[in-house]
Structure formats: C-alpha cells, structure tokens
Write a protein that binds this ligand. Sequence first.
Ligand SMILES: [Zn+2]
Length: 232
Amino acid sequence: MPATLDADGRVASWPTRPSWRGLDLTAVLGELFPKVPLHWADDGDLAALAEADAAGCADLVYVGVGTGIGGGIVLGGRSVPGPGRGSCELGHLIVARRGERCDCGRRGCVQAEASGPATLRRASAARGARVDFAELRAGYAERAGWAVAAVEHSCAALAAALVGVGELVRPDAMVIGGGFAAGIPGFVEETARRVAALTRHGHPPAPVGPAVLGGGSSLHGAVLAARGGTGA
Ligand SMILES: [Zn+2]
C-alpha cells in the first residue's frame, strides 16, 4: 500500500487519494480473502526488498521516482525500520528548507522537488509554456536549456536525499526506479554523477544504478514477504 496505515490496518493518510482515508483495509481484505492470514506493507519497502533480492545485495537503498517519490531501505536482507515501526518515507526527506510545498504540508521534501510532476512544473516555468512528459523527454535528449535545468534540479535533489540516507545506513548499492526516472534516458546516470560528486574524504557514497524490476517491483516484494523470512 502506498498509503500510511495505522496499527489496526486502517488508512490513516493518503494525500493523493484523500477519499481512502479511514478505510479499514484489514476488514475489506478479510471479506475478499476469508480465513487466510493478511499482512500489509508499504509499497516502497516491498520494492526495496525485491530490488535487493534481484541484485543479490543484502544492504540496498531503493528510490522510485514517479508521480511521487517512494523508497525503501534493506539492511541485512530485511526492511528498515521494519515490521510495526512504520514505513521508510524516503520521499519526505527534506532536501531544501525553503523549497517547494509538498503534499504532506511541509516544504522541500525530495518528493516536492524531484517527482515527475515537480520536474514538469519546473520545466514549464522555465520554458514559459506547459511541458508534458514527452516534450520533457525530447527536450532533455536535445539538451534544451529549460529541460536540462529542470531535470538536473531533480537529479540534484534526489542525489542529496540518497547521500543523506547513505550517511545513515551505509548501503552497498543504491538503485533508482519508478516510471518517471526510467522514462528519461540519462536521469539515473546524472543522479549517479551528482551522488559521486558529493563524496567526502574517505567516505565515498555507494554506487547508484537503475532498478531492474520496473513497475512490478512492489508486487515481487509482496510475494517475497508472503513467502516469509524477508522481514517486510
Ligand atoms: Zn513531504
């Protein structure tokens, strides 16, 4: 689930789908699937588990850039912060104290700075005309100034978030997925360059590469979690 659920499995918040707030997910799923054990987990946490499994890497950070930004941390093959402790809300790491307003109400969360819609808004402002995804992709490929500026701002914001997480948990690898990042050739590479440029003496950040499971990563993670032993 992308939503935040309370301890009883009720949707506590889902900024992009406010009508779901208060939904008793446990009860609804219980009616659909009676007499089976039910578990839920955050989609970003599950995607991270799946990407870690696919990479054969037990200590990995995953970030997905799409209409929002989600992600997860896996350490020792298990989700962090782990069962019963809430989800890893990587998208709400603050990377710009006076930055854009986020869905959550704060300013400068990486989601507000670097998501697909945030990048398109910035590109539109720079170009002086509305920019859609295909135009951004083409503009970036052609190195149009407005497109390069918009994409590089997002890559820089994402790099700041990844480096911050890396300082805390020391992963062996960091991977970037999500439809927006995957749809802009060079987005992952530019972010990787910016992460590498933030090396401090004696502490190089973990290498950054593309996620490999595409849109199915959360579902792969759910299957892994359902099979047990993965700690989601
Ligand atoms: Zn936020």
